[in-house]
Write a protein that binds this ligand. Structure first.
Ligand SMILES: [Fe+2]
Length: 240
């Protein structure tokens, strides 16, 4: 780890207009951005505490399930640390996650994939980092799913992750992929990221030391907020 300052690398983030990712054509700005000053409430709030979380918030296997039931799919733990640019842990950091079920289907009224819903799987959860920046949630491994982009494009299995700082203006959003998944390298959204190095920051590693025998495999996904090892955030257009 270094104490050196890391200058912003504006080439780190995908360009806004990437036509192979079709939606980017309509979403990319056509005019130069206009700066807007943030208000005091955006800078100072909200402040999250562990007492805001429900007991099952970090367990997607049961947090939507009927009593005694569980979500269907490969059971996994996702663990990691949130760190700043100097490798220091970031405590009390709220992570929200959302994902498709094990068949690749979202519980959303606009979902267009024919894979079935799992009646015991909602697809959202949240957790807060502890004093050491450590977080953990339990879920089922999401399935890949097709999406209307090119004639036959599929998203690799992924979990969406939102990281809140101390204020609304500090929200960072990214997607976590799974080590060894060949679909990562075929995805038009992943393909908008300029470098393999940046993509690798989004790939969770299988962590056999963290698995629970006869229960769940563990994937490790560390998040670095800034600097040389920064995780690629899809909403952070200015780069590192
Ligand atoms: Fe998704």
């Amino acid at each position: 780890m270094t104490n050196g300052f890391t200058a912003r690398d504006r080439a780190w983030h995908p360009p806004a207009l990437t036509p192979l990712y079709k939606t980017s054509v309509a979403r990319s700005p056509r005019f130069a951005p206009i700066g807007a000053a943030t208000s005091l409430s955006e800078e100072t709030g909200p402040v999250f505490g562990h007492d805001m979380l429900g007991a099952k918030d970090n367990d997607l296997i049961t947090n939507f399930a009927a009593p005694g039931e569980m979500a269907i799919g490969p059971r996994i733990l996702v663990q990691g640390r949130v760190r700043d640019e100097f490798g220091r842990p970031v405590p009390h950091c709220l992570l929200e996650v959302w994902q498709a079920n094990a068949g690749g289907r979202y519980r959303h009224k606009k979902e267009g994939y024919l894979a079935p819903l799992d009646p015991n799987f909602g697809g959202c959860g949240r957790c807060i980092t502890d004093e050491n920046g450590f977080y953990e949630f339990r879920t089922v491994k999401p399935g890949p799913y097709p999406w209307p982009n090119g004639p036959d494009d599929w998203r690799p299995a992924h979990i969406h992750v939102s990281v809140f700082g101390h204020g609304f203006a500090q929200r960072l959003i990214t997607q976590m992929y799974f080590e060894g998944d060949p679909m990562i390298w075929q995805c038009p959204i992943v393909g908008t990221i300029p470098t393999r190095e940046a993509i690798e920051t989004l790939v969770a590693r299988l962590d056999r030391a963290g698995s629970i025998p006869m229960d769940a495999l563990c994937y490790r996904f560390d998040i670095t907020l800034r600097g040389r090892r920064q995780t690629m955030f899809e909403n952070r257009m200015e780069g590192m």
